[in-house]
Write a protein that binds this ligand. Structure first.
Ligand code: PMP
Length: 360
């Protein structure tokens, strides 16, 4: 007989299940918005060299100061404005842990990254949803500003996962000017958007603005678990005080430093993914019965009739994995397709075309 934990578990945590992205090994995995391109040899070699020269018998630098310096230099800020974490996920959790709690709500604009609501709920932070337009996924700017006026924090995602659109800079400006909340701009995918899309340079003049970045996407290091926040030093200090002290281990710190230092070599990879996104979008446009939304990220959201079945057939008959969002509120019959290599994208388009034959 298994132990009944209902009355033992912290009430805010009842009902949570282990995270399950429904991963099945497939030849082509376009399900998790990873970077599926090979790392350029110069980046791979720099990482290998860093790894072999990193001793494992010593604890990591809990503040990861060398890595913070490299990231700070990337963005032209001081070390004190940067904080690293075990993926952006850990930083999100710590932000809600630090600045949430009963009576301090988080405003989100779903459909967006579902972990915002999950982590906030775990941190007993009430979640206020300002739903996007059901057809276009546009944010209702007035409703968001209004809802944020009595909130502790608002999060906007730019580009948004899974809808792919950027947040209007004027809306971020309004959130900062017309409310007193902390404003988190999640830029996990911003490297795939046009130059000038990031608001990281605004942080210096806007102490309530926080920008989340990750090495999981453009840097092709999802397995490393390294993300970071650029924010006012007072926010960074508070987060530093409450974080798991060694959550970014020595290998992650060494790898991240090497990769960020070699970032110029990653530019052609990101450029190729952007070009492939446009090519994939054109090809998807030829498939009858498929609707897609414009994306500035490394994925495209599509709607197809009977999406769950399409996803299953892609997996079982073509060994291609995409992400099924058809169960998620606001995303009926939607699948999210990561932009892969040219070969992967061609294979996906061929399979989808085959499956969609005969759709009106
Ligand atoms: N923000 C968004 C919008 C994401 O999609 C993800 C990952 N899927 C993250 C943050 C967190 O990424 P990571 O923990 O890998 O840095």
């Amino acid at each position: 007989m298994s132990l009944d934990l209902t009355d033992r578990v912290r009430p805010a945590l009842v009902g949570f299940e282990p995270y399950d992205p429904a991963f099945t090994p497939c030849e082509v995995n376009l399900s998790a918005n990873e970077n599926t391109h090979e790392l350029p040899p110069v980046v791979r070699e720099a990482i290998n060299a860093a790894l072999v020269s990193t001793p494992l018998n010593r604890y990591p630098d809990p503040l990861a100061n060398d890595l913070r310096d490299v990231l700070a230099a990337r963005h032209g800020v001081e070390r004190g404005s940067v904080m690293v974490g075990n993926g952006g996920d850990e930083i999100l959790f710590n932000l809600f842990f630090a600045f949430g709690g009963a009576g301090r709500s988080l405003v989100t604009c779903p459909p967006d990254f579902s972990e915002y609501a999950n982590f906030a709920t775990m941190c007993e932070m009430p979640v206020k949803c300002v739903w996007r337009d059901a057809d276009t996924f546009a944010i209702d700017a007035d409703a968001l500003v209004e809802a944020t006026k009595d909130a502790a924090m608002a999060v906007v995602t730019s580009p948004n996962n899974p809808t792919g659109d950027l947040v209007d800079h004027a809306l971020i400006r309004r959130l900062l000017d017309e409310t007193n909340a902390l404003v988190l701009v999640d830029e996990a995918y911003v490297e795939f958007a046009p130059e000038g899309s990031s608001v990281v340079s605004w942080v210096a003049d806007n102490p309530r603005l926080m920008v989340l970045r990750t090495l999981s996407k453009a840097f092709a290091l999802a397995g490393l678990r390294c993300g970071y926040l650029v924010a006012d030093p007072s926010i960074i200090d508070k987060l530093s005080a409450i974080r798991q002290i060694y959550s970014v281990d020595v290998l992650a710190q060494a790898t991240a430093i090497a990769a960020v230092n070699e970032r110029e070599a990653l530019r052609p990879v990101v450029d190729d993914i952007k070009a492939e996104r446009e090519r994939l979008s054109l090809l998807l446009g030829n498939i009858p019965g498929l609707r897609q939304w414009p994306s500035e990220a490394n994925f495209i959201l599509v709607r197809v009739p009977d999406a769950s079945r399409v996803r299953q057939l892609l997996r079982d008959e073509f060994s291609i994995l995409v992400r099924d969002f058809s169960y998620a509120p606001g995303l009926t019959d939607c699948l999210r397709i990561t932009v892969g290599t040219r070969q992967e994208n061609d294979r996906l388009v061929e399979a989808l075309t085959e499956l969609m034959k005969g759709e009106a």
